[in-house]
Design a protein around this ligand. Structure first.
Ligand code: SAM
Length: 381
């Protein structure tokens, strides 16, 4: 039975479903969901690129930053790096390989946990990172990421949680001036209906977002809030780094960022989530004001946001991006890598659309502020 038919059946049984439930089934239905059914979403032959598909320099620069975080915490004997939603594992591979080569003391101390929900991608991770699995460096976990859990990592074993394009892949609710969006069906076709919005969603708007104007839609990322709270609560001492495309409440108030939900299929952007359920990605921009608040409520200090261009330039500028060019033997290779690097850090590439949230717990604030990735910051949250 197709995923469309399964969703139609659920609506017939339960009545119109919240948009978050529709998005959850489209992306994560255990067999037919977009992320569950295969591992072919990423890269040239998939539907979209993420930073690690562009060049290994993304993971290499982050390895440099993770090493610096470890040193700022006094080079603990053992540290846990937890990656949320690692996808097919290219980032983990780049971080591990580069750390082994360039930062051997950090590499010796680290254990790397992958938290991946998709069965197909979990299989792919085991394959991509086979060498590191064999040596016991890497583990695949399914942390209970739904509710805050304190004391998961002992203070003597600090943790750094990393998430790239994780929060944008979590199901959202959608509000319009008419209330909360629900998905109904008519003769097997999905139709939109509206119900009055629950108090939790209205309170989210008041605190972290704006009220939708006529014709406008605002996403309410309650699941992202819960997962951020759970991740932040699990840290006794350490850092959290989240990289994603998104906006702040100030930017919303200045009139941008209503209705950011889009679909990706074969590198084309669409705005119709009801087409081809399970065959296209559905994603919404991240509300960084709300994410930062969720981290702060669990005792984390959140740094002013930086763009990923500022973050990567802050780290890589120190040595003229030697991490990018190390393997280049010929001028053509250097030129190609220079273009890939430009895509990662230039305003016209991903450099200005992606923002980096850095939060810490139990680390002296002046040490956090000295991180290379935060050197070039200009803005605030
Ligand atoms: C857009 S992809 C990003 C993958 C990777 N971080 C990258 O940059 O290429 C989002 C990933 O998050 C995973 N994911 C979504 N919800 C999750 C959850 N609750 N727990 C673990 N992984 C999850 C998806 O399966 C997918 O691999």
């Amino acid at each position: 039975m197709s995923l469309r038919q399964k969703i139609v059946d659920e609506i017939r049984e339960r009545g119109p479903i919240p948009f978050s439930r529709y998005m959850e089934l489209c992306l994560y239905h255990p067999e037919l969901g977009y992320y569950s059914r295969s591992a072919e979403q990423f890269g040239k032959h998939g539907d979209f690129y993420t930073a690690s598909d562009i060049h290994a320099v993304f993971g290499r620069l982050l390895a440099r930053q993770l090493d610096q975080m470890w040193r700022l915490m006094g080079c603990p004997e053992s540290i846990e790096i937890v990656e949320l939603g690692p996808g097919r594992g290219l980032f983990a591979q780049d971080v591990l390989d580069w750390s082994e080569k360039k930062f051997p003391a950090f590499f010796a101390a680290l254990g790397y946990s992958l938290v991946e929900r998709s069965p197909a991608l979990r299989e792919r991770l085991e394959h991509t990172l086979e060498r590191h699995f064999r040596r016991g460096k890497v583990s695949l976990t399914s942390l209970p990421l739904e509710a805050p859990q304190h004391g998961m990592f002992a203070p003597e074993r600090p943790v750094i949680i990393f998430a790239n394009e994780f929060f944008d892949a979590l199901p959202v609710e959608i509000l319009g001036p008419q209330g909360e969006l629900r998905i109904a069906e008519r003769e097997g076709r999905f139709v939109e209906t509206w119900v009055s919005a629950p108090a939790e969603q209205l309170s989210f708007l008041d605190r972290y977002s704006v009220n939708p104007q006529p014709g406008e839609r605002i996403e309410i990322p309650l699941m992202a809030q819960r997962q951020m709270a759970a991740a932040a609560a699990s840290i006794e001492r350490g850092f959290l780094v989240a990289i994603d495309y998104g906006y702040t409440r100030d930017q919303q108030l200045r009139g941008r960022y209503g209705g950011t939900l889009v679909t990706y299929r074969r590198h084309s952007v669409g705005t119709t989530p009801y087409e081809a359920p399970g065959e296209q990605d559905i994603t919404a921009h991240v509300n960084f004001t709300a994410l930062a608040a969720a981290a702060e409520q669990q005792g984390m200090q959140v740094q002013p946001l930086v763009t990923s261009a500022q973050f990567l330039m802050g780290i890589g500028g120190q040595n003229q991006f030697a991490d990018a060019f190390e393997d280049c033997r010929r001028p053509e290779e250097r030129a190609k890598v220079a273009l890939q690097l430009k895509h990662l850090v230039a305003p016209a590439g991903t450099g200005e659309t992606f923002q980096v949230l850095v939060a810490s717990k139990g680390v002296e604030p002046d040490k956090v502020a000295s991180l290379d990735g935060l050197r070039l910051r200009t803005g605030g949250l």
